[in-house]
Write a protein that binds this ligand. Structure first.
Ligand code: SAM
Length: 339
């Protein structure tokens, strides 16, 4: 589809679509919040180092993943795995039981809401291209933005034809109304200030066509508590410290390592979407209440048992999704709205 932007240079040799080529010439490639993404930059380098070391997450579940990333994530379990492992899966590493559950459900939900292909999708905070890849395979024209150069490099390698560039969700240096749908599947949890999250959502609304789809994900405020319980890691220290703090406030300050994280309640995520001007706002639990059982199964029975539970967890997630009460029990929450 025509992007409506000026024709750029330099994209054709990378095999980009017309839309990607146009945008490639337009992107100013500046990072307006460089200090704010310094921790992410380190995260990108560290995750790439793990990939290069050949560890990856293949064959590891959430618990196995926590062991792999224990050093990096400061023993934070879910934080280390949900946030660090996700970028890793772009390289074909999306094989953990909880990862499969999350991806299958995210695909199912997004396919329900996206306009039919071909349509233009902007994947903001797209990491190494996990979603961009299947979207391109489905026939969408995808442009991916991420502030971490390593992720952008990985996305370019993993998703042929996808225009991947450095970018910040809070200041998307692209013209208004250039996309039929905008995804924010990751950035919001990295934005500790509500004002920054509202800016990211407002930018998504600005660059999507009128009545276009904006879909944004958050990590549940109750997921850290559930993860530590499911993996038998709820020590008195954690309970008295950040686990309770996160349940009360949604904020993790990065003091145990890794980076600052905001954990949403479903109501808060919907409220932020509305405040940013989105309408027809709807909420979904992505991985549903079953994800914590998958974690526990992996811990008690190993990965084979955890993998065997994935289909059931997907089924109960669909069932639970009709009952709003379960949305906060999901590790990842999706809000969809129109501009
Ligand atoms: C948990 S990962 C999710 C990656 C991918 N969307 C997925 O679902 O597999 C979060 C991503 O958000 C990116 N991110 C963090 N802060 C951002 C910001 N201010 N603007 C855009 N992306 C950001 C990170 O670099 C990372 O790639």
């Amino acid at each position: 589809m025509a992007g409506g932007f000026g024709v750029g240079e330099g994209g054709r040799e990378r095999g980009l679509s017309r839309l990607g080529e146009d945008l490639f010439g337009q992107l100013r490639q500046r990072l307006p919040h460089e200090e704010g993404v310094a921790a992410l930059q380190r995260q990108g380098e560290e995750s790439a180092a793990v990939v290069e070391d050949g560890h990856g997450l293949g064959g590891c579940g959430l618990v196995g993943g926590a062991q792999v990333f224990g050093g990096l994530a400061g023993g934070l379990g879910l934080l280390g795995v949900l946030l660090l492992a996700v970028p890793l899966r772009g390289g074909g590493l999306h094989t953990t039981a909880t990862g499969r559950l999350e991806l299958e459900r995210a695909q199912e939900l997004l396919r329900q809401y996206l306009p039919p292909p071909p349509a233009r999708v902007l994947d903001v905070g797209g990491g190494p291209g996990t979603h961009a890849r299947w979207l391109v395979e489905d026939g969408y024209e995808v442009v991916l933005l991420d502030p971490v150069p390593k992720h952008v490099e990985q996305a370019r390698a993993y998703v042929p034809g996808c225009a991947a560039e450095i970018g910040d969700a809070r200041d998307v240096t692209l013209p208004a109304h250039g996309f039929d749908a905008v995804l924010l599947l990751g950035p919001l949890c990295h934005l500790a200030d509500r004002a920054d999250r509202l800016r990211a959502l407002s930018e998504a609304r600005r660059v999507v066509v009128p009545r276009g789809l904006v879909a944004a994900a958050g990590i549940s405020r109750y997921s850290l508590m559930q993860d530590h319980t499911a993996s038998a890691g709820l020590t008195p220290d954690l309970l008295a410290g950040e686990v309770t703090e996160v349940v009360r406030t949604g904020s993790y300050d990065g003091s145990r390592g890794f980076t600052v994280v905001h954990f949403h309640t479903a109501a808060e995520l919907a409220e932020e979407a509305v405040e940013a001007g989105l309408t027809d706002v709807r909420l979904h639990g992505i991985d549903g209440p079953g994800w914590a059982y998958v974690v526990a199964a992996g811990r008690c029975g190993g990965q084979e048992v955890a993998q065997a539970l994935v289909a059931d967890a997907v089924a109960t997630t669909r069932l639970a999704d009709d009952q709003g009460v379960f949305t906060d029990a999901s590790a990842h929450i999706l809000v969809v709205g129109t501009s």
